[in-house]
Design a protein around this ligand. Structure first.
Ligand SMILES: [Zn+2]
Length: 91
């Protein structure tokens, strides 16, 4: 899914790929796509665009942060699951 696409209200194109988040054709990196392994890092990256004066649609950072909460909760659940799994294998 995409959080923002290039348009007259957006200087960034940020989307979520299969396993990571991308800032496509990133102006901060002279057109080289920036990739992050989790949404919170991408939210930080989008803030850098805002600080640099780039046009960023309202709600992009918020959407990434809300996905970050969900992503981290899921990662915690997975870690717990692995732990339980490992413990049951020990017996
Ligand atoms: Zn970028």
């Amino acid at each position: 899914m995409s959080y923002a696409r290039f348009s007259h209200t957006s200087d960034i194109y940020v989307y979520c790929g299969a396993i990571s988040w991308h800032c496509c054709g990133c102006f901060l990196q002279l057109g080289v796509t920036f990739s992050a392994e989790e949404p919170r890092s991408m939210a930080d990256h989008v803030r850098e665009h805002i600080d640099a004066g780039d046009l960023v649609p309202d709600g992009v950072v918020e959407a990434l942060l809300s996905d970050a909460d969900a992503y981290e909760a899921e990662a915690d659940a997975r870690a717990l699951d692995n732990l339980t799994h490992r413990e049951s294998e020990a017996f």
